[in-house]
Design a protein around this ligand. Sequence first.
Ligand code: NDP
Length: 247
Amino acid sequence: TQSLQGKRALVTGGSRGIGAAIARRLAAEGADVAITYERSADRAEAVGAEIRKQGRRALALQADSADASAVRGAVNAAAKEFGGLDILVNNAGIFRGGGPIDAVTLEDIDATLAVNVRAVVVASQAAVAHMGEGGRIINIGSNLASRVPDAGMSLYSMSKSALIAWTQGLARDLGGRGITVNIVHPGSTNTDMNPADGEQAEAQRARMAIKRYGKADDVAALVAFVAGPEAGSINGAGLTVDGGANA
Ligand code: NDP
């Protein structure tokens, strides 16, 4: 049998990239999957259609992660549609304010903190109201959360670093309810955010021990394992998928 048979999941930012790969993978393991998106309605519907084709229930919800009430609404809508929630993957994220620190705007700071940090807190809070024993919260961090190898990424790195302590603390908060909380740190992964043929790609590849850009499916495979029944003792942990870039 599939490892996530009968489980109900929500993946934020599931219309493209790593989030879409996670949504498809959770469905392939037997879960019903809701996704949120900001702008890509067509892509989100396409991911939903693929999930339904696998025989699972799917829901595509427009919800800007910068809007706390929209995030809460999406979590509650998914739980209502599926009759509960077992897995939350906080994946939606943005890279803003790259480049010289003098050019970082207040808007970059607010948007980064709202989407990469506040939405994770809000979604988790809303989700645990619907979760029971065996629940799983999986945050998508970054290998830039624990090591900042270059200039021009301080703001982004700070936002992802905040999720490490949040993950550890929430694991403590929810241990008594049998819910695990973990953080998966992708390294350079070929998506719209970080294309393998982009301007910064060569410098990133040079830092890796295995000099090959990651695929969204590499991250999805680990998330599916952490979401599954064999991962019950993995808790408050950071798991890196970065080709050895941080080694
Ligand atoms: P993409 O930019 O390729 O895709 C981002 C996804 O998140 C899209 O589905 C997008 O929806 C959604 N999203 C973005 N902003 C919002 C918002 N305000 N509200 C709701 N949804 C939103 O990113 P990746 O797939 O590359 O990244 C996914 C996660 O992995 C992020 O948290 C990122 O920081 C992290 N990461 C990525 C790495 C990489 O190399 N790619 C490395 C390390 C971490 P829409 O289509 O509607 O815009």
